[in-house]
Ligand binder design. Structure first.
Ligand SMILES: [Zn+2]
Length: 367
């Protein structure tokens, strides 16, 4: 397989959701800086993300909703009726200066990835993974839904077996619902049980080609590996996927403040490594992740893993400077523990595989 592509943009460095919003931290910019500082990027494999046009967004999103987001960007305010109709300017979906351009760039990146994957290969777009976005409203910090657009682009190329795996701590509801009636797309979501948006229960299989693996708090590396090997990979191989799309939201990391999951970044890299080579096309996206040190290290390590590089290597002086320069306006960010700054790899969190995890795997495998 040819070398992977990395898609990014400087818009993620220069824009912000504002204030103390959980997204108002460096995420993509920090990961890209770390990748470059570690010497892991051949610049000929870097692609600057285009911005999706309203016409491209309309492949999934309602034109009136796209117009409402564009208008919110221009005016920096919305009437009350628009606020309610489209869920913007409230519920964690703020109006900010790049409210159209930033999510449209994430979609442009994922669409570009689908184009690059036409003949096969691996593409990583860490700004993607906005899995809660709905066709006609914002949800859970997501305005548009780039995974849906990317999968639609793959289907439009003529593919008819796309496998979507979502390992964000939150249920990949927007993607599951978009393809619930489409037997060309198999969606699997591993997420923390009982957490917002509270959908994605074990018995929920949407139209049949969906599986949900709601896991308990404390979910560890060994449990992730068990579910991967015992439940997810057999499904993937049975489906004979022509393309795999991985949403690698990093909020399931033990160091993340938004979930009770206890994964080390090595658990993410094991998933990525296992997916390499299982289908002719692999698209890896980001997603949640609300601790800048944890996100940057996890997502940089994903790029290394895609390139066959073991991320567990000593930091270069430049990488030390990148991590040392991050700031987080959160109580956990006041005195970052040494391991956030001193290495890329977390200590593994191997633990016992609990009976409830074994039961989830059993249920998932059942026809
Ligand atoms: Zn999440």
């Amino acid at each position: 397989m040819s070398k992977p592509y990395l898609i990014g943009s400087e818009i993620y460095r220069t824009s912000s959701y504002g204030g103390r919003h959980p997204m108002a931290i460096p995420r993509v910019s920090a990961a890209l800086d770390l990748i470059r500082a570690m010497g892991w990027l051949d610049e000929s494999r870097y692609v600057d993300s285009p911005i999706a046009t309203p016409e491209q967004l309309a492949r999934f999103h309602a034109p009136d909703y796209i117009e409402a987001i564009q208008s919110a960007e221009t005016l920096q305010r919305v009437p009350e009726a628009v606020r309610e109709r489209y869920n913007i300017g409230r519920n964690g979906n703020p109006i900010f200066p790049e409210i159209f351009r930033r999510p449209a760039t994430a979609c442009g990146g994922t669409l570009k990835a689908a184009e690059l994957l036409r003949e096969g290969g691996i593409v990583y777009s860490p700004a993607g993974g906005t899995h809660h976005g709905r066709s006609d409203r914002a949800s859970g910090f997501c305005y548009f839904n780039d995974p849906v657009l990317g999968i639609l682009a793959l289907l439009d190329q003529g593919l008819n077996r796309v496998f979507y795996l979502d390992i964000d701590a939150h249920h990949g509801d927007g993607v599951q619902d978009a393809f619930a009636d489409d037997d060309r797309v198999f969606t699997v979501s591993i997420h923390e049980q009982g957490r917002w948006p509270r959908s994605g229960r074990l018995a929920d299989r949407a139209g049949g080609l969906a599986r949900n693996l709601p896991v308990p708090a404390g979910f560890n590396d060994a449990e992730m590996q068990f579910l991967l090997q015992d439940a997810v990979l057999p499904l993937l191989q049975g489906f004979a996927a022509q393309a795999v799309v991985l949403q690698a939201g990093a909020d399931g990391l033990a160091d993340d403040p938004m979930s009770g999951l206890m994964l080390s970044n090595g658990a993410f890299w094991q998933v990525v490594a296992a997916l390499r080579g299982l289908a002719p096309r692999l698209l890896v996206l980001g997603g949640g992740g609300y601790n800048p040190w944890a996100v940057a290290r996890c997502w940089a390590g994903i790029w290394a893993t895609l390139n066959g590089i073991d991320p567990a290597m000593p930091l270069t002086p430049r990488a030390e400077a990148v991590l040392g320069g991050l700031q987080w306006r959160h109580r956990n960010g006041r005195e970052p523990p040494p391991h956030w700054l001193a290495a890329i790899a977390d200590a593994p969190n191997e633990g016992p595989i609990r009976d409830e995890i074994r039961a989830i795997a059993r249920m998932t495998r059942q026809a």
